[in-house]
Ligand binder design. Structure first.
Ligand SMILES: [Zn+2]
Length: 142
């Protein structure tokens, strides 16, 4: 094998390893949180996120907060129906939805100091804090 190919192959291997790692991390997080994977279907020009409120309550988060962040990340308007489903005004595939959920968990659920998902969001003087029940860290979040 010449050197050029060896470099390309190790690069591919590296990418695969990163992908595996990401997948593993995601699974660990959702398992610890006891939250289901997002379940969404495209209906016409909209995307119906069927278990939106189920996930929000598993994460112990206000569905409205999760919706504001998800809508911003997806770049689409969203509403929450009375039955707890969320409607996204636009076609979003399951990967986009999963990415948004991982982003939300990383930014608004997981403690950046100790990695615990046992946290809550508290608003004080207009600043939102992620307060960790495991290590006590208070992290301001935007
Ligand atoms: Zn912590």
């Amino acid at each position: 094998m010449n050197i050029k190919w060896a470099v390309v192959l190790s690069y591919i291997e590296l990418l695969n390893r990163i992908k595996d790692q990401t997948r593993k991390d995601t699974n660990v997080v959702t398992q610890r949180l006891n939250a289901p994977q997002p379940d969404a279907v495209i209906v016409g020009n909209r995307t119906v996120w069927k278990n939106f409120s189920v996930i929000a309550s598993a994460l112990r988060r206000d569905p409205r907060h999760m919706m504001i962040i998800a809508a911003k990340e997806l770049g689409a308007a969203m509403t929450i129906e009375n039955d707890g489903r969320a409607v996204i005004y636009g076609k979003k595939d399951s990967t986009s939805i999963k990415n948004v959920m991982n982003y939300y968990i990383k930014m608004y659920v997981t403690c950046p100091v100790c990695g615990s998902p046992d946290t809550k969001l508290i608003k004080e003087k207009k600043i939102l804090f992620l307060v960790c029940e495991a290590c006590g860290a208070r992290t301001p979040v935007v």
